[in-house]
Design a protein around this ligand. Structure first.
Ligand SMILES: Cc1cc2nc3c(=O)[nH]c(=O)nc-3n(C[C@H](O)[C@H](O)[C@H](O)COP(=O)(O)O)c2cc1C
Length: 185
């Protein structure tokens, strides 16, 4: 599949078939994540693949709002992938051990985001659906999964075969988001 076809064809999917997703397929989407670029190639990302129904229900219970559209998806999809980042790696100087930029410690969010985007695009190219979920209590998710000290849960996505075919959400025109030579110009 062409890159642009995957970028434009992917949708957030919130309803999934019960059809299982085999380990080989899960490995393919994780392989795509593995090849994302990262700060000084530190690869601070970690992924927890959840298939256990009880744990998926617990994860669904961590969304801040009961009306979060992805809440049921986390419970019902055959797989949930939880993306975590190691703290103190992305954005940190190897020499001083201090943050290198004015973004402080938060570059791990960027790197985990890049890996997650690779993952969702590869999932789409394999006929699978995903929806990135960010509105949840990350500390509770960390406790549920036993995430180690020094790592932070960033985002989750259900993974499964789509049981819906939503149209595209609108995007801003390039003219609204692209400037030339100077910001706002
Ligand atoms: C960082 C991030 C957090 C998100 N969190 C949620 C969420 O908590 N619940 C949800 O239903 N969708 C969530 N989404 C999905 C967005 O609503 C969706 O990507 C956006 O509306 C565009 O739709 P599309 O993905 O189908 O193009 C999130 C997306 C991103 C990138």
């Amino acid at each position: 599949m062409e890159t642009m076809e995957a970028i434009k064809g992917r949708r957030s999917i919130r309803q999934y078939k019960t059809t299982p997703v085999d380990d080989k397929t899960v490995e393919l989407v994780l392989e795509a994540a593995r090849w994302a670029p990262s700060w000084a190639n530190r690869q601070c990302w970690r992924f927890v693949v959840v298939r256990d129904s009880k744990i998926k229900a617990e994860l669904a219970g961590t969304t801040y709002s009961q009306t979060n559209q992805a809440r049921e998806s986390l419970k019902n999809a055959p797989v949930v992938i939880v993306a975590c980042g190691e703290l103190g790696k992305a954005g940190f100087s190897r020499d001083t051990g201090q943050p290198s930029t004015d973004k402080g410690e938060y570059w791990y969010m960027f790197d985990v985001g890049l890996a997650t985007q690779n993952l969702v695009l590869e999932a789409y190219s394999l006929g699978l659906g995903t929806v990135i979920v960010g509105s949840f209590d990350a500390k509770t998710v960390a406790a549920i999964l036993g995430v180690a000290e020094g790592f932070c849960v960033v985002a989750m996505t259900p993974l499964g075969y789509p049981d819906q075919d939503p149209g595209p959400r609108p995007r801003k025109e390039l003219a609204e988001i692209v400037y030339h030579d100077k910001f706002g110009g």
